[in-house]
Write a protein that binds this ligand. Sequence first.
Ligand code: HEC
Length: 100
Amino acid sequence: MKNVASVVISCVLLAASGSVLAGDAEAGKAKAASCAGCHGANGVSSNPMWPNLAGQQSGYLAKQMKAFRDGTRTDPMMSPMAKPLTDADIDNIAAYYSGL
Ligand code: HEC
């Protein structure tokens, strides 16, 4: 009985921590609609000035979006795009692009 309970508890903890770390890619996809104009529909950009995001590490993507939002990295096109994003948006978008 004790074992069953601890397995159930660790599964719940695993699922909860997984979703926090990984973000929600489906929600990220919806949020990323406005990003496709520059970064491409599948995260692969058609313009040499705009970086590809598909397949990039989610931790790196999240760090860059926060840097643009918080002003430690600036770009005339990208900074205003990052301004309205919440931490949850950023984690979800990072999960979406890193999974492409
Ligand atoms: C108007 C064009 C444009 C739009 C729209 C846009 N971006 Fe960007 N993005 C850029 C440019 C240009 C850069 C590179 C800036 C630089 O050179 O520092 C960039 C850089 C980035 C980077 C860093 C990539 C790297 O390799 O360091 C991320 C992450 C990113 N954008 C995410 C987004 C997200 C998420 C959205 C939508 C909310 C978005 N962008 C919308 C133009 C755009």
